[in-house]
Design a protein. Structure first.
Length: 256
């Protein structure tokens, strides 16, 4: 009986640890600034949540696959991962710089604007175009041009998914990977990986929802909108550059 209680306690602790690490992992600085740049073109709370879910899925799938490999192969694969991990950090840095440049490019081109004639009003970042006819807004740029399922069924955001994918094998994800060999049971390890993924998705969904409120409010005021977007762009450029600098020089300035 005592053994069963100890086993149950051990399983609960491992699973809870996986979930809590997932919650914490999504709030890493590089994750938050990247998602903020993606959110800059959306004023819908529902779409913002799905940015977080998409990021979480993109982040969790590769980690779960990698975790399963390590779970069964153990130490030999970890050595290989540790050798290539710096390249993943560089990839994250490059991606953050690209996101920052994209934000400033859209600001400079004036591609960020509100369609006040649509119902409800909404924000888009896209190439400048000419609203030639206001008589058929649904066909030109109304709610139907996004697809029949738009606003009805949740849709995965490919950009957020890819960003999560790049993030998945860098940074504090190493904590997840290094803990896996210490788990004795494969079944427990699988549960740990799954709950880490669920925790990551839940946490990033909450983060994107919280971030979306000031962004949504700022869309009513052009100057505030540009200021927030500029901060998001600068944060991506700065953090991306610092990540690359740290990997290349080996000199640590920030901890992510």
């Amino acid at each position: 009986m005592t053994y069963l209680l100890e086993l149950s306690s051990q399983i609960s602790s491992v699973l809870l640890l996986g979930f809590l690490l997932g919650l914490k992992h999504a709030t890493d600085a590089d994750h938050v600034v990247a998602v903020t740049a993606i959110l800059s073109g959306r004023n819908s709370l529902w779409k913002s949540i799905w940015v977080g879910i998409s990021w979480g899925l993109g982040h969790s799938i590769p980690l779960i696959c990698l975790g399963l490999i390590i779970l069964f192969i153990k130490g030999s694969f970890i050595e290989y991962y540790q050798n290539v991990a710096p390249y993943f950090e560089i990839a994250v840095g490059v991606m953050l710089i690209i996101l920052g440049v994209e934000v400033f490019r859209n600001i400079s081109r004036g591609n960020l604007h509100m369609h006040i004639n649509d119902n409800p009003p909404h924000i888009h970042i896209h190439s400048t175009h000419n609203h030639e006819s206001n008589s058929t807004p649904a066909k030109k740029h109304g709610k139907y041009n996004h697809g029949v399922l738009h606003g009805i069924l949740p849709m995965i955001r490919p950009k957020s998914f890819v960003v999560g994918l790049v993030h998945s094998l860098a940074g504090s994800a190493a904590v997840l990977i290094l803990l896996i060999p210490t788990i004795n049971s494969n079944l427990m390890g699988i549960g740990y990986l799954m709950l880490f993924g669920i925790g990551t998705i839940v946490s990033m969904s909450v983060v994107t929802l919280i971030l979306s409120f000031p962004l949504k409010a700022a869309f009513r005021f052009p100057m505030a909108q540009k200021a927030i977007l500029s901060i998001a762009g600068l944060a991506n450029l700065a953090l991306g550059s610092l990540l690359i600098f740290e990997v290349v020089t080996g000199y640590e300035i920030i901890r992510i």
